[in-house]
Unconditional design. Structure first.
Length: 379
């Protein structure tokens, strides 16, 4: 059983760094911890590149060298480079890997007891295990929420910094899950291109951004709206279909900005569709992110109609609405490169998914900053 969670980051830390209550970024400190993380890295790497057992000293040494070159002016990193205690490349990477530690009980960190042996697990009663698991789930949920609102470039796994699937909560490092996801780590450090060196591989930049928004999460840990969004973001992250992602994102936005229409009489101005459009326009305007009013309004109407077509199984309409969005994008999005010269439904769905992520990020950040404003907006 673990009180630690893998991340996508590699960076030597002289001491653990607190984030949220009872949660810390750290490196593996004990031999057992380093061994477990090294095994996860090996499993991830060999799963992604089958021939890596032969060439790991070639590619992984380049990954390591590129990492140290990137941080050549960082004293802590360079001290780590000089540490030759671990000759095995996986162990060398593992001792610098960033993990998250979380309290087994509120406000309590048991030093040196982040891994429990089978005998120690047997001695824990059911309530201890349950409390530990609840803190594990809570840690994943709120760090992912904090990551979602803090980072602009969230390429990996829909805004997730953590990889809790690397091992089961109740296992001792023998059952690796989703370790293949870690292959994203090798290429940013290896290619050393600006495009790939995003927030997830630059830990200190990442940590600074998380700390800037930390207080907003801490102050709202008991807010039912925030808890609901955090829970739904966890569900959203595991959706593979862009259509279902769009329905999920629109539902979360509706929760934050819309009220139930008056059922006693039909009022088009009170419809969810109209509320969705008008209230997002207002919030975008308040955040200097609106752009052209009429064109953005048109796009928001298309998006809500797309959500309705998906939710009600009107598949013919999905294609028609995607065509409208494609034409809108040709006219309004100067960054759009029309590779196919015609509407590709999957491309438009992915585009709308990205737009809705950004809208939700803006709305949620504002909700965390000013809950009273959103009480007014929801009316």
């Amino acid at each position: 059983m673990y009180n630690m969670i893998m991340t996508y980051c590699m960076f030597p830390l002289l001491e653990r760094k607190n984030i949220l209550k009872g949660v810390y970024f750290d490196n593996p400190r004990t031999m057992k911890e380093i061994e477990i993380v090294a095994n996860i890295l090996r499993e991830a790497y060999t799963s992604f590149i089958p021939f890596s057992e032969i060439k790991d000293t070639v590619l992984l040494e380049k990954v390591k060298d590129t990492f140290y070159e990137k941080y050549k002016d960082n004293e802590t990193v360079q001290l780590s480079k000089k540490d030759n205690h671990y000759k095995n490349i996986y162990y060398h990477l593992a001792k610098n890997w960033v993990i998250v530690r979380f309290d087994s009980q509120d406000g309590v960190i048991n030093e040196g007891n982040t891994i429990l042996s089978n005998e120690e697990i047997v001695r824990l009663d059911g309530q201890d295990l349950l409390n530990n698991y609840k803190n594990y789930v809570k840690t994943v949920k709120f760090i992912n929420l904090l990551t979602f609102i803090s980072l602009e470039n969230n390429r990996l796994l829909e805004h997730s910094l953590l990889i809790p699937e690397c091992f089961d909560f109740f296992q001792n490092g023998n059952d690796f899950k989703a370790v293949g996801d870690l292959f994203w780590c090798w290429f940013p450090n290896y290619t050393n291109t600006k495009e790939n060196l995003d927030d997830f591989t630059d830990f200190m930049s990442l940590f600074t951004k998380l700390k800037q928004n930390e207080k907003f999460i801490i102050e709202r840990l008991d807010d039912p709206f925030v808890i609901f969004i955090a829970d739904n973001l966890e569900v959203y992250r595991h959706l593979d279909d862009d259509k279902m992602k769009i329905v999920s994102l629109v539902s979360m936005i509706e929760l934050l900005i819309a009220h139930k229409p008056n059922g006693e009489r039909y009022n088009i101005d009170d419809s969810i569709r109209k509320q969705f459009c008008n209230k997002i326009l207002l919030i975008l305007h308040l955040n200097n992110a609106l752009g052209d009013l009429k064109e953005t309004e048109k796009l928001l109407i298309y998006i809500y109609d797309l959500r309705s077509a998906i939710a009600h199984g009107n598949f013919e309409s999905i294609g028609e609405i995607c065509e409208k969005i494609y034409k809108w994008r040709l006219h309004n999005d100067k960054t759009f490169i029309d590779t196919y010269n015609f509407c590709v439904e999957s491309v438009m769905l992915h585009y709308i998914n990205g737009l809705l992520q950004n809208y939700l990020k803006i709305i949620l950040t504002n909700r965390l900053l000013d809950s009273i404003l959103f009480e007014i907006i929801k009316k």
